[in-house]
Design a binder for this molecule. Structure first.
Ligand code: GLY
Length: 383
C-alpha cells in the first residue's frame, strides 16, 4: 500500500535528539521516510548487514518490501524474520526462536537489527539486540502510533511472562528511530485509537495546553488528518526525548510516563493478552482510574477526571469497564496483578497521580484500601 505523502509539509523531515552522551541518537519524523530508510540508516551502521524483524501484518501492508528496497538501494544486505502479530509474540518462546534464528544466520557483532513494527516487535527486537552476542545495534522503525509516540523511543525493552507484563527486559537504546507518519494510514482504526491514548497521556502528565489542543484536533487526527498527526507525534517525541535524556533508567521523573499503566497493566493481565484489551485501551481506562484515585485521595479537585473521560469517549476510546466482561473479576485479583508491577517497592504500591490535567506526580506507598475502592467503583459501574 502506498504511503506517499500528500503535501511538502508532510515530507519535511524533523530531527530530534535523545541526548545520552555516547548513546545519544536521533529520531527522524516525516511522511514517506520508509522509502528512503536505507539512506538514513546507513550512517549509523557498523557493517552493511542488517536483519529486519517484523510481523505478518506489517509485511502484508507492504512496509517490509518498501524497507527492503530502500536498504538494497543504499547497498545494505538484509534478511528478515517475520513473526505472528499480537502481544503473545512478546514472550520467552519467541525470544529464544529469534535469537536462535539470528545465530543460525551467522550474524556477527557488527550486524544490526531493525525493528519494523509496533510496540511488540520493538520490545522483542530490543531484548534480542541486548542479549545476542552480548549486545548488537538495533534501529527502531515504528509503524504504529503507539510505537511512534512512546515505545520506540527511550530504550525500554521487555517481554511478558505468566507473572506479568514487561517484567523481563533491559534498558537498551536504539541507534536511530525512524518514524514514517505515512505508514499510519495502513493501521486499523482500533490500533490507531489505542495509540492515541499514549498521545493523550503526555497532555495529562505535564502538557495541559497540548491536552486542550488535542480536545480540538484529536478526532481529526484519528480520522486521518496528516498535519494533526505529525504535530502530535512531534510534540510527544519532544516530550519523550526530554524526559528520557534527563532520566534514562527511571530513577525519578521518567516514571511519570507510566501514568495509567499500573491500573492498565492489571486490566490487561486480567483480560489476557489475546487482543481483548489493547495496551493503549488499558492505559486509557487506567488514566481515568488514576485521576479518580487522585480525587479520592483529595489530590485532584474539580472535574479533570470527567474531562479526560469525555475526551477519551469523544475519540472512541474506553474510559470505564463497560465494554469488558468483568463478571469473574474481583478487586483482590486486580490488586494481585498490581503487586507484581515493577514499580512496587517493598510490597508497597507506587502510582502516578495527578493534581489535574497537566499535573502528574509520583506517589509512593499508596495504601491498598483507596485503590480497592476505586476498583470497586469501576467494577460496579459507578465510574
Ligand atoms: N513507556 C514508558 C517509558 O518509556 O518510560
Amino acid at each position: 500500500m502506498s504511503t506517499a505523502p500528500t503535501s511538502p509539509a508532510e515530507t519535511a523531515i524533523e530531527r530530534l535528539t535523545v541526548d545520552l552522551d555516547a548513546r545519544s541518537y536521533d529520531i527522524l519524523i516525516g511522511g514517506g521516510l520508509l522509502a528512503d530508510a536505507g539512506a538514513h540508516i546507513k550512517p549509523v551502521l557498523r557493517s552493511d548487514r542488517v536483519v529486519v524483524i517484523t510481523d505478518e501484518n506489517v509485511a502484508q501492508a507492504g512496509h517490509l518490501a518498501t524497507l527492503t528496497q530502500s536498504l538494497t538501494a543504499a547497498g545494505i544486505t538484509s534478511q528478515a524474520i517475520v513473526l505472528e502479530p499480537g502481544e503473545q509474540t512478546k514472550d520467552f518462546a519467541h525470544l529464544e526462536r529469534v535469537c536462535g534464528e539470528l545465530l543460525e544466520m551467522g550474524i556477527d557483532r557488527k550486524t544490526a537489527l531493525i525493528a519494523l513494527g509496533g510496540g511488540v516487535i520493538g520490545d522483542l527486537t530490543g531484548v534480542c539486540a541486548a542479549l545476542t552476542l552480548r549486545g548488537i545495534d538495533f534501529i527502531q522503525v515504528p509503524t504504529t502510533l503507539l510505537a511512534q509516540v512512546d515505545s520506540s523511543v527511550g530504550g525500554k525493552t521487555a517481554i511478558n511472562t505468566p507473572q506479568g507484563k514487561n517484567l523481563i527486559g533491559a534498558f537498551y537504546q536504539p541507534r536511530l528511530v525512524l518514524a514514517d507518519t505515512g505508514v499510519l494510514d495502513t493501521l486499523v482504526p482500533r490500533e490507531l485509537r489505542a495509540g492515541y491514548a499514549e498521545v493523550v497521556k503526555y497532555g495529562v502528565i505535564d502538557m495541559p495546553d497540548f491536552f486542550t489542543w488535542l480536545e480540538g484536533h484529536g478526532a481529526a487526527l484519528i480520522d486521518g488528518d496528516a498535519a494533526a498527526r505529525r504535530e502530535a507525534i512531534l510534540a510527544c517525541c519532544r516530550a519523550k526525548a526530554r524526559i528520557v535524556s534527563a532520566d534514562e533508567t527511571e530513577q525519578g521523573q521518567r516514571a511519570l510516563l507510566n501514568l495509567g499503566h499500573t491500573f492498565g497493566h492489571a486490566l490487561e493481565a486480567e483480560v489476557g493478552y489475546g487482543g481483548g484489551l489493547l495496551h493503549g485501551e488499558g492505559v486509557a481506562i487506567g488514566m481515568v482510574m488514576a485521576l479518580t484515585l487522585s480525587a479520592r485521595l483529595g489530590q485532584c479537585p474539580g472535574n479533570d477526571g470527567a474531562r479526560l473521560a469525555a475526551h477519551l469517549a469523544a475519540t472512541g476510546l474506553p474510559h470505564d469497564l463497560s465494554a469488558l466482561d468483568t463478571s469473574t473479576w474481583t478487586t483482590e485479583r486486580l490488586l494481585g496483578h498490581m503487586m507484581k508491577d515493577k514499580k512496587t517497592e517493598g510490597g508497597e504500591l507506587t502510582f502516578i497521580l495527578a493534581r489535574g490535567i497537566g499535573g502528574a506526580f509520583i506517589e509512593k506507598a499508596v495504601p491498598q484500601a483507596p485503590v480497592a475502592r476505586v476498583l470497586e467503583e469501576f467494577l460496579s459501574g459507578q465510574s
